[in-house]
Design a binder for this molecule. Structure first.
Ligand SMILES: Cc1cc2nc3c(=O)[nH]c(=O)nc-3n(C[C@H](O)[C@H](O)[C@H](O)COP(=O)(O)O)c2cc1C
Length: 174
C-alpha cells in the first residue's frame, strides 16, 4: 500500500474566519452530507465524498487516540470538541476546530453524526501540533492499530490528568 504521506504536499490551506465546514455521517462514519465549504477546502466534488468513509480526509499526522476519543464520546451520545488536521485530495492540509455531535431519533437512538468546524487560532494549532506529535511518536511503536490507539489514548489522558483539568477544559484553554 502506498503510504499516505507519499502524497502530502506540505502546503497548508486556510479557512476564512467566517467559514463553517459541515459534514454529516451515518452511524458507521460514512459521509451522508458535506457542505460547499467542506468540498472546497478538501478539494472534492460532492459525488466523490458522499457514501465514502470520513477517513477520506484523514491526515497521517493525526493520532489514532484522538479518533478513539471522538468515537468513544459520540457513540455514547455525547458531544466532543477537537482540533484536527485534515488532508485535501491533492495532499495539502488544513487545520480545523471541530464540534461533533450525535443526532437522535424520537426514541433516543443515535441515527447519525454531525460535525461543524471553524478555523482554529494559530497559537492553538502550534500547541496542539506538539501534543499530537508526541502522541503519534508513542503510537508508531505499535504494529496493530488498536494497541496504538490505546497507548496513544493513555498518553493523552496522562497529559490531561497532568494539567488537573478535563479534556474539554484543556481544549478550550488553548
Ligand atoms: C461526524 C464525523 C466527522 C468526522 N470528521 C473527520 C474529519 O474531519 N477528519 C478525520 O480524519 N476524521 C473525521 N472523523 C473520524 C473518522 O470517522 C475516522 O475515525 C478517522 O478519520 C480515523 O480513521 P481511521 O481509523 O481509518 O484511520 C469524523 C467522524 C464523524 C462521525
Amino acid at each position: 500500500m502506498t503510504p499516505l504521506n507519499a502524497t502530502l504536499t506540505g502546503v497548508e490551506r486556510h479557512l476564512a474566519p467566517d467559514d463553517i465546514v459541515v459534514s454529516k455521517t451515518d452511524t458507521k462514519g460514512r459521509i451522508i452530507y458535506a457542505n460547499q465549504v467542506f468540498l472546497d477546502i478538501a478539494g472534492y466534488v460532492e459525488k466523490e465524498v458522499v457514501g465514502r468513509p470520513h477517513n477520506i480526509v484523514r491526515h497521517p499526522e493525526m493520532p489514532r487516540a484522538v479518533f478513539k476519543l471522538l468515537w468513544d464520546t459520540i457513540s455514547q451520545g455525547n458531544e466532543i470538541f477537537a482540533y484536527v488536521v485534515n488532508r485535501s485530495k491533492n495532499g495539502d492540509h488544513y487545520w480545523v476546530f471541530a464540534h461533533v455531535t450525535p443526532t437522535f431519533d424520537q426514541s433516543g437512538n443515535i441515527i447519525s453524526y454531525h460535525s461543524s468546524r471553524r478555523a482554529p487560532r494559530r497559537e492553538a494549532v502550534e500547541k496542539v501540533r506538539t501534543v499530537y506529535r508526541s502522541i503519534l511518536d508513542e503510537e508508531v511503536r505499535y504494529n496493530d492499530p488498536k494497541s496504538a490507539a490505546a497507548a496513544g489514548a493513555e498518553m493523552l489522558m496522562r497529559k490531561i490528568v497532568g494539567t488537573g483539568n478535563s479534556y474539554e477544559d484543556l481544549v478550550f484553554s488553548l
